[in-house]
Design a protein around this ligand. Sequence first.
Ligand code: F6P
Length: 347
Amino acid sequence: MSSSKRRKRIGILTAGGDCPGLNAAIRGVGKTAIVAHGMEVIGFRAGYLGLINNDYLELKESQLSGILTLGGTILGTSREKPFKLVGNGGETKEKPEHIIRNYEELGLDALVCIGGNGTMKTANMLAQEGLNVVGIPKTIDNDVWGTDVTFGFDSAVQIATDAIDRLHTTANSHQRVMIIEVMGHTAGWLALYAGMAGGGDIILLPELPYNIRSVCKKIEKRYEENKPYSIVVVAEGIEHPKKGSAASYLAEAIQTYTGIETRETVLGYIQRGGSPTPMDRILATRYGAFAAECIAENCFGVMVSVIDNDLKTVPLQEVGGKLRLVDPNHPLILEGRKMGTSFGDEY
Ligand code: F6P
């Protein structure tokens, strides 16, 4: 599908839940493609939906200026999964056929898919259908397999840590237990990092089974040690027996067992909003620039990644359908335990 003589024409899309740094990545890909390699760049609107419906805009270099610090994505996003048959959970080729036709009619030489696990799974399936695909990993959950880090994570850690700092002062004033629930359905990276950065007393992750009695004992012990307030940082995805949020379950259980006044905060989508941190701007820019280099070198069917601080490529085939979870023996957990931080499983 590609020609080495004419200018290359590439498409970019952002898919899945948004996060800070998406525009920095779009800019990194686009500017490198245009400035260093003279490529033409288009952006598809609303993730894979734009590719299915041929909904796109030309991205000139001037349109890529001034977006580095912007939150969200100038292209929009959606959770559209083109291979998924709505209803019975099977697979369909109808939407992928539209995608392939649009890709060919637009004369694309490559497609850059910026997203998380679901996006990489679809990107791999499109690569299997013969499209030249390069993936860029993003998510505040930091759970994409095949890379040490995704952009969006550092910004979310910053936001959640700031929230924990603020809860500390009000928890202290009222001598309360404060529960803060952060995002992370399956992976607890955000709870672990923000919890440790914010000095959480108890940190609960989906990967580590906790015991509510242990949580309460820890709070009571702190009380006896003249630490009359406690901060509990919990990932939204921990298992619990009640309907509703993990935070509301914990708040009710802790107040009932300990008799200490307890309040809950669910941080929600604030974690995905606003301007990226400098670290995320750098990471997204590096990923974007590297993805453009991959295209220039006709290296396709890969996701760009960072392993031990080095930019690498990983075959999309290896990434699709996997998750990177927190190892229960992660150094930060072991260090936290030594300092007396509870992970809810001690007693
Ligand atoms: O994948 C990132 C994430 O923020 C999860 O942590 C969260 O549970 C989920 O997205 C919520 O996504 P949605 O935008 O579909 O509500």
